[in-house]
Write a protein that binds this ligand. Sequence first.
Ligand code: F6R
Length: 319
Amino acid sequence: MSPEEMLKSFPDQLQWEKTDIDRSLYRTITFCGMGGSGIVGDIAKSWLEHRGCNVVAISHRGYGLPNYVNGEEHLVICTSYSGNTEETISNFETAMKRDATVICISSGGKLEELAKKSGVLHLKVPSGFAPRYALGYMLSKILTLLGVEKDELEDAKENLKTSYEEIKKKGEEIANKLNGYIPIIYATPLTEACAFRWKTQINENSKTQAYFATLPEMHHNEVVGLDNAEIRSKCAFIVMFDLKDHERVRRRVDITIRLLKDLGIVPVAIGGDGNSYLARLLYLIHVGDWASYYLAGKYGFEPLPVKVIDWIKEELLKL
Ligand code: F6R
């Protein structure tokens, strides 16, 4: 399947299933995963928090687990598209040792084997994709586990489908603006997961550096870096927001745009379009996915290969 076909399949990857768990049984939820599989935890965490869920949720990247994850009242969701990512396997093994409640998501690999051997719930996603292009499959497994309503997921999916041309067009326009510059994405707490996804999609698909910072924290440091005219002239700026951002954050978004304009920079200001927070998140993510795809073309790169990531994984297997 071509990267374009994989991208196009994103809305249809969103499939609701009746697999919800009783969240009241857990004191914490730890989403584990790296890269294209790790981002699903960030999105799920944002979605849970926006719903007002009172369970502590964290997105954990790296080996082991925080010490407080100890006992069955702690839910650990291990997501690895390939099922072979060593950090995620390490999370699984630690969670099992600590008697946490574990759920695994993968298209196969070691994680599936280990889950089955240990009698742990394993949710399988279709194989044949690059992990970052299978976001919809992995995310809908997690959201349905967490109790997303069928209507909410269907509405977000429909929103992507009806806005398909508009999303692609925005992606292409943004790619034109980013071409030749280092993308710097300024986000709000509600759009931070989107900014991270944009950054990583630009890294992996377009093969270029990209960075992000989040309000309000960036008003206490990042903005001072804008004083450097030489460096800022090498950057293209994106400001993203959500209509449900805290009112003081919205005020800060306006101030940030004004600050950039006063420096002669016209940032791309973008919010997601949709009826629900989830619909807007997925809309914004999909604009970034297309932008990174078009940007790859402008730089003459194939979006799919991530040779250096593969090389590092092979090197680690030797040790
Ligand atoms: C490749 C990609 C990577 C992987 C990451 C973890 O498309 O996006 O960021 O997602 O190396 O691998 P998995 O997802 O197989 O656990």
